[in-house]
Design a protein around this ligand. Structure first.
Ligand SMILES: *Cc1c(COP(=O)(O)O)cnc(C)c1O
Length: 475
């Protein structure tokens, strides 16, 4: 298997990369995103064979189709060490909860930070440690977070050899639970940095440090953002697991609804569908930040400015642009790298938008690729949390509520609808209290975390001071 950029026209053989070559990288040098040059096909007989597998072994089978530069036994061991009951809470790893006939939740949020990002990040931690050891290299992950991504990265990388994590977050702006989750990590290789500013200040610091190419090379600065192919690949596995749990034969089709922000999660569903998994619809659910819903309704992709980006009660979906969307558009355009480069490398930066509404390919987003979409507001979220509790006795988090609301609008007779549960309600307790008048349940391992000792340094948004901190840590 080789990887190409979404912006490449003709890629010479020498530039087709192998998995481990792109594992530690972000964007391709031409500004595009990496994708496999073809999608491996999973035949019905293979799918049948996979029905009996544990999640870890299913992960190994799927990953083997994309990774041919890690020996099979090592890859299997990496999967088995990652997807354990001890880390993910159940033997099934991603158990299905039946709400009623034909409507399920797939639990992706029982990992260490209670959000679906653990599903990929835990694997990434083990892959990074493995590959860095093999190369005899080190990596300094420098990132910005307003919540879920930073903590998932820290819990994945804590204690890993060869990796340090420097994670900036806006001082005092994360929820007390999120702060406690991150700042109570006392591992030597984890550096929590609370920046006196807002999230944009943190992101500007990341841009400034990564933009200093000499510093970046000298100190091996890397990221773990959602455009990383390995994260996307790891997410493909739970679409297979959700399908296999909700069907008994490969004749059946299943739809998925995905609470979406950067399009990383649902893009993995697209990849699973391209591999031949019998998925009927992929329903993209957005909150008030409806960049993606607008595209799937109209063909217009319009990036939002800061003033147009709403702070909502499903904050992990508060995006101004969808950083993984380019991957799907590349496929939609028949893998035309030149056109993809024009849309994302010229039109979006210059005009902040592009319009495929009049292009015949736009209709294929639904007809050929199964996409549908919908939007959910704060009031919808409250109503859905309430009705899900009243009807099924289940408390869902705010992001999952957006998914459930939109899923109801797209259910088809005879096709099970699986809604991905992307976080547990305890992470967004204030909105649960607003909807239900009571606190959500707190998993036992999180009781009292606010009182644990914290390791965090508060710093001004000063590029030089941050660089000095990294240099000192590496000395
Ligand atoms: C990150 C996140 C999302 C959005 O996922 P994307 O891959 O960015 O589309 C949805 N819900 C929760 C809880 C998240 O943490």
């Amino acid at each position: 298997m080789r990887y190409i950029s979404t912006r490449a026209t003709a890629t010479p053989q020498s530039e087709r990369k192998r998995f481990c070559e792109i594992l530690l990288e972000g964007l391709a040098p031409d500004g595009g995103l990496y994708l496999p040059e073809t999608y491996p096909q999973v035949e019905p007989a293979t799918l049948t064979r996979w029905r009996g597998l544990s999640y870890a072994d299913l992960a190994f089978e799927v990953l083997s189709l994309y990774v041919d530069d890690i020996p099979a036994e090592d890859l299997r061991a990496l999967c088995r060490n990652t997807y354990t009951q001890a880390v993910f809470g159940t033997a099934a790893i991603v158990p299905l909860k039946k709400l009623e006939d034909g409507l399920y939740l797939e639990a992706l949020s029982n990992g260490p930070t209670l959000a679906f990002k653990d599903m990929a990040m835990q694997l990434l931690g083990n892959l990074f440690e493995y590959e860095l050891a093999r190369r005899g290299e080190e990596l300094n992950i420098f990132g910005a977070t307003s919540g879920d991504t930073g903590s998932a990265a820290e819990y994945a990388m804590r204690g890993k050899k060869g990796v340090r994590v420097f994670m900036t977050s806006p001082d005092g702006r994360m929820s007390p639970f999120q702060q406690a989750q991150m700042f109570s990590l006392l591992d030597e290789n984890i550096y929590n940095i609370a920046i006196t500013g807002v999230f944009d200040d943190c992101q500007d610091l990341v841009k400034a440090v990564s933009g200093d190419l000499e510093f970046k090379r000298k100190y091996k600065i890397g990221t773990v953002n959602s455009i990383n192919w390995a994260r996307l690949m790891a997410q493909v596995v739970y679409y297979f697991a959700g399908y296999l749990q909700s069907t008994t034969s490969n004749e059946e089709r299943v739809s998925f609804t995905v609470p979406s922000g950067n399009f990383g999660n649902v893009c993995a569903g697209h990849v699973a569908r391209m591999m031949g998994l019998p998925i009927a619809q992929l329903v993209v659910a957005t909150n008030e930040n409806d960049v993606l819903d607008e595209f799937f309704r109209t063909g217009v992709y319009r990036v939002r400015g800061t003033a147009d980006t709403h702070e909502t009660s499903s904050p992990s979906m508060d995006i101004s642009k969808a950083s993984n969307f380019e991957r799907f558009v590349f496929d939609l355009l028949g893998r035309d790298g030149a056109r993809t480069a024009d849309l994302f490398g010229a039109q979006v930066p210059r005009q902040g938008r592009f319009d495929l509404g009049a292009d015949p390919v736009f209709a294929q987003a639904a007809s050929r690729y199964g996409f549908a979409s919908g939007k959910s507001t704060h009031q919808d979220r409250l109503d859905t949390i309430r009705s899900t509790w009243q009807k099924y006795g289940v408390v869902v988090d705010t992001h999952t509520a957006d998914g459930l609301k939109v899923a109801q609008e797209h259910r088809q007779a005879g096709v099970p609808m699986v809604v991905l549960e992307t976080a547990l309600p305890i992470k967004f307790a204030a909105t649960i209290v607003e909807a239900l008048g009571r606190e959500p349940e707190r998993p036992a391992q999180f009781v009292g975390i606010e009182a644990l000792p914290k390791k965090v340094r508060v710093m001004a948004p000063d590029v030089q001071a941050i660089k000095d901190l990294i240099a000192q840590a590496c000395a």
